[in-house]
Design a protein around this ligand. Structure first.
Ligand code: GYE
Length: 338
């Protein structure tokens, strides 16, 4: 079906070319028809630009779907609203793109628009965060992170940091700054810390609020926690991304409290962007769980395979690691591309 659309578009573009170059030779017409019918159009819908992680994902996709490689990428930013994202996807369907790539803001609410894409014969790739739909045939493949595994990495490193405090009287008080509620990244990372609190009788979540994956919100939540609970009663701030961690650190500094491996509040964060790894190496952030935004090559690989008519795996998890000042080196940071 989408092949058919592509040929129609190629012919339309070629006819336009003929109109413009009515005096041109037959061979130039054939060339332009050939050229245009081979271009593969990909619509890429991002939920917003709330973090530098997301900007890195956008860049990675743009770098891979270039005209040189025979692609045209149409990029849309939904400015942090699911309604906008659904509207963007509908625009892609009307434009008759060949593929739709979506990083869904939250997991639910996609059944209708994905059915519309399926009815139009447009294959959909879900990237970064996942969707929960009634019928999984509504999308071809998912490529992104295993967020529960990321959370578990963070928890096992927290356990190491507090292994001497298994004593019931020694409480581990955690301020939990969540990401966008309902996004896969929030759901997996939250589940891991909530499960760990259940398992450790001396671990407590003393404050929990949504930081929307932004620095401003992270700072606001931490400022309030410091005021209401007091720095001496906070052992950990578990931030669901680096932006929130940067905001929380600003709030701690402002309150004149101490943090980091040397003493004070331990900061746990996700993404492991270059600038956050610098803070991890010098002990200001105690645990950094990597979330890999360089997903463009994976998506490119999936679409190339679909183009050849090959089957693709339903789920592809990107490679991710966990860093502390013990396994981090300046060399790793230098080589970091995000
Ligand atoms: O951790 C955060 C971003 O969905 C994995 O979204 C992504 C998250 C990432 O804004 O920085």
């Amino acid at each position: 079906m989408y092949k058919y659309r592509k040929i129609i578009r190629g012919v339309l573009v070629a006819l336009l070319a003929v109109g413009v170059t009515a005096c041109g030779t037959q061979s130039s017409f054939e060339e332009s028809e050939e050229e245009n019918s081979n271009i593969i159009v990909v619509g890429f819908s991002q939920p917003g630009a709330e973090s530098s992680w997301r900007v890195a994902l956008t860049d990675s996709v743009k770098e891979n779907f270039t005209e040189d490689r025979g692609y045209r990428l149409i990029y849309k930013d939904a400015r942090s609203k699911q309604d906008n994202q659904i509207r963007d996807i509908r625009t892609f369907i009307q434009q008759g793109v060949d593929y739709i790539v979506i990083s869904p803001i939250i997991e639910t609410g996609w059944d209708t628009v994905l059915s519309e894409a399926k009815d139009a014969g447009i294959p959909v790739i879900i990237c970064d965060r996942n969707v929960v739909v009634e019928n999984e045939s509504l999308y071809k493949a998912f490529v992104g992170s295993d967020f529960k595994a990321e959370g578990e990495y963070a928890v096992s490193n927290l356990e190491k940091l507090f292994e001497e405090t298994e004593d019931e009287d020694d409480q581990v008080n955690i301020v939990h700054i969540q990401g966008t509620i309902g996004s896969s990244a929030q759901i997996g990372r939250t589940k891991a810390i909530e499960d760990a609190v259940e398992e450790h009788s001396n671990w407590n979540i003393v404050a929990q609020d949504c930081g929307e994956f932004t620095k401003a919100k992270g700072r606001e939540i931490m400022t309030q926690a410091l005021e209401e609970i007091g720095a001496d009663n906070i052992d950990v701030v578990y931030c669901e991304n680096d932006e929130e961690a940067f905001g929380a650190i600003e709030a701690i500094k402002e309150a004149g409290a101490s943090y980091g491996n040397a003493g004070g509040i331990k900061v746990v964060s996700f993404d492991a962007m270059n600038s956050a790894l610098v803070l991890c190496l010098n002990g200001q952030i105690s645990v950094e769980v990597e979330c890999n935004p360089l997903q463009g090559p994976y998506i490119y690989n999936l679409i190339s395979r679909l183009e050849k008519g090959n089957a693709v795996p339903k789920i592809t998890y990107v490679h991710e690691e966990c860093f502390t000042s013990e396994n981090l080196t300046p060399d790793i940071i230098e080589k970091r591309r995000f």
